[in-house]
Design a protein around this ligand. Structure first.
Ligand SMILES: NC(=O)c1ccc[n+]([C@@H]2O[C@H](COP(=O)([O-])OP(=O)(O)OC[C@H]3O[C@@H](n4cnc5c(N)ncnc54)[C@H](O)[C@@H]3O)[C@@H](O)[C@H]2O)c1
Length: 319
């Protein structure tokens, strides 16, 4: 099968790339390397079945001839960091919504019908429905990131309706695992390398969230894309992906400190949220994903431990 992966040099994209190539698929990858790294694709770049195009997704229109015979698109390229949206209010709109629209237009022009989209549990805002099911009503958006992803989903569903496309929108909780380069584990490990006496924690540390491991994420994407290709999923389908457990930020910080054998004093910024737009309670209902035969295998604790070691090695090599 010939696939297109946007954001192929990022955390999720580079792991997906390896899986697709490992299963014998042929892959075209597009990335502008804004947060992605060539290093993350070092193995894949040696594979003849992989063609890397360094380009911004906004220019997808110029690449039409290169992607004509693609059967499925894995659309991961985005601004993936939810926290800094207010510093640059047009970024999420441009990177996440408008670029998704441009990609859909390119797909329509050359009749590519199937797309897996990287959405997020952030779109549920501060819902009171925990665990949250896909059909819950979204009270309001709390971040520009969430707003950009929900808008992108709206375009996806309208293209499915209007142009008979098929789309799975994967609403991920935060991911952990090798090549993770943004989020609280990264920040805590970085801060502990600098100063192991104090660890500054945003909020009161009681924010309680679910996380899941990149290997479980990639397995889910593979199962769902097979269902798209086999036409057992048609039209637009949002699917929550995460684990059925959760952990507080403070518990998570304790695991990280114990892996690194550090005993800092925890200093909290205070308040129930880490930052404006933070959703302090995230737990998604994953029954729909399980109905496709998928189950997450790694616990949150295992994922935090593994990620702490990976990030520590990465930072020590790259600082
Ligand atoms: N990692 C998570 O916890 C998480 C959770 C929910 C949703 N998501 C979504 O999953 C997707 C992948 O996230 P990630 O964690 O791998 O992030 P990442 O930043 O590691 O990967 C994104 C990749 O897209 C590339 N990119 C960004 N803008 C681009 C553009 N305009 N043109 C071409 N390439 C561009 C970056 O260089 C990077 O390689 C994103 O859409 C993100 O919103 C991630």
């Amino acid at each position: 099968m010939k696939c297109l992966v946007t954001g192929c040099a990022g955390f999720i994209g580079s792991n997906l790339l390896e899986k697709l190539l490992g299963e014998g698929h042929s892959v075209i990858g597009i990335d502008n390397l804004s947060t992605g790294k060539l290093d993350f694709m070092s193995e894949s770049l040696n594979n003849n079945s992989f063609k890397f195009i360094k380009s911004d997704l906004k220019d997808i229109n110029n690449l039409i001839s290169k992607i004509e015979d693609v059967e499925i698109v894995y659309h991961l390229a985005a601004n993936a960091d939810v926290r800094f949206g207010l510093n640059n209010p047009s970024r999420d709109l441009t990177e996440n919504t408008i670029n998704t629209f441009k990609l859909l237009e390119a797909m329509r022009e050359i009749n590519i019908k199937n797309i897996i989209f990287a959405s997020t549990g952030s779109i549920y805002g501060n819902t009171n429905e925990i665990p949250t099911v896909e059909s819950c009503s979204f009270p309001s958006q709390t971040s520009l990131y969430g707003a950009s992803k929900v808008s992108a989903e709206a375009f996806l569903s309208a293209y499915c309706e209007g142009f008979k496309m098929n789309a799975v929108s994967c609403r991920f909780v935060s991911l952990l695992g090798p090549r993770y380069t943004h989020g609280h584990v990264f920040d805590f490990v970085k801060s502990l390398i600098k100063d192991s006496k104090e660890l500054f924690i945003l909020g009161d540390g009681k924010q309680y969230k679910s996380y899941f491991h990149i290997s479980d994420c990639i397995n889910a994407i593979m199962i769902l894309s097979k269902n798209l290709i086999d036409k057992t999923i048609e039209g637009f389908l949002p699917i929550n992906l995460g684990t059925e457990e959760g952990i507080s930020v403070e518990q998570s910080a304790s695991i990280i400190c114990s892996v690194l054998n550090k005993k800092p004093k925890f200093v909290f910024s205070g308040g129930s949220r880490g930052w404006i737009g933070d959703n302090p309670n995230i737990q998604l209902d994953i029954s729909r994903a399980k109905s496709f035969g998928w189950l997450p295998k790694k616990s949150i604790k295992e994922s935090i431990e593994e990620t702490t070691l990976w990030v520590h090695n990465y930072l020590v090599k790259n600082i």
